[in-house]
Design a binder for this molecule. Structure first.
Ligand SMILES: Cc1cc2nc3c(=O)[nH]c(=O)nc-3n(C[C@H](O)[C@H](O)[C@H](O)COP(=O)(O)O)c2cc1C
Length: 158
């Protein structure tokens, strides 16, 4: 497959997914993507579907994109090549900074969703939100996204 990645099952490489910080991509109501660093994420079953459950604070621009923009997101585990992107994605807000440009992050158009995934990722998951709820932390909200397709880099598979 192109982009040096192969389709995988959602639970493949789950230990890798759990151990590493993710880059969550969302999209605002005008179709502009945004990226933030995401540590609080799990892969689990929810209502018979395999989902990523992501915990996002109400103050994040990402929260606004997920609730008022496109009802989808991608989660990407970066390779060393773009590891510095975590600092930028996790310390600036998409309200006033184009973090893709600032961090030199390139995207790949979504295969099954409008939201793109991130090039140079070891793992990427395209998700459609099916549910959201208050989290056990009053400052955060849970988003449950069905994993519609997942990819692993050939680097990880080898
Ligand atoms: C390593 C790291 C992990 C983070 N994990 C989360 C997380 O799981 N949930 C969250 O709401 N914010 C998390 N953050 C904070 C957001 O990434 C950060 O506030 C970001 O600037 C929000 O961007 P936005 O306003 O464009 O959405 C994390 C930050 C870092 C550096």
């Amino acid at each position: 497959m192109s982009n040096n990645r192969k389709e995988i099952d959602p639970y493949d490489y789950i230990e890798y997914f759990k151990r590493n910080t993710g880059l969550m991509v969302s999209m605002d109501k005008n179709g502009k993507p945004n990226v933030m660093a995401l540590d609080w994420k799990t892969i689990e079953e929810f209502q018979g579907n395999i989902v990523i459950r992501a915990q996002v604070a109400y103050t994040r621009y990402t929260y606004e994109c997920l609730t008022e923009g496109v009802n989808e997101f991608s989660v990407n585990i970066p390779s060393d090549k773009i590891y510095d992107a975590i600092d930028i994605a996790g310390s600036y807000s998409g309200r006033n900074v184009d973090k893709f440009k600032k961090a030199g992050i390139q995207t790949i158009p979504g295969i099954n969703i409008k939201v793109p995934t991130i090039k140079d990722s070891l793992l990427s998951y395209e998700c459609q939100i099916i549910h959201s709820s208050k989290s056990n932390m009053s400052s955060h909200h849970y988003f449950y996204g069905i994993i519609v397709i997942a990819f692993a880099s050939n680097k990880l598979i080898k």
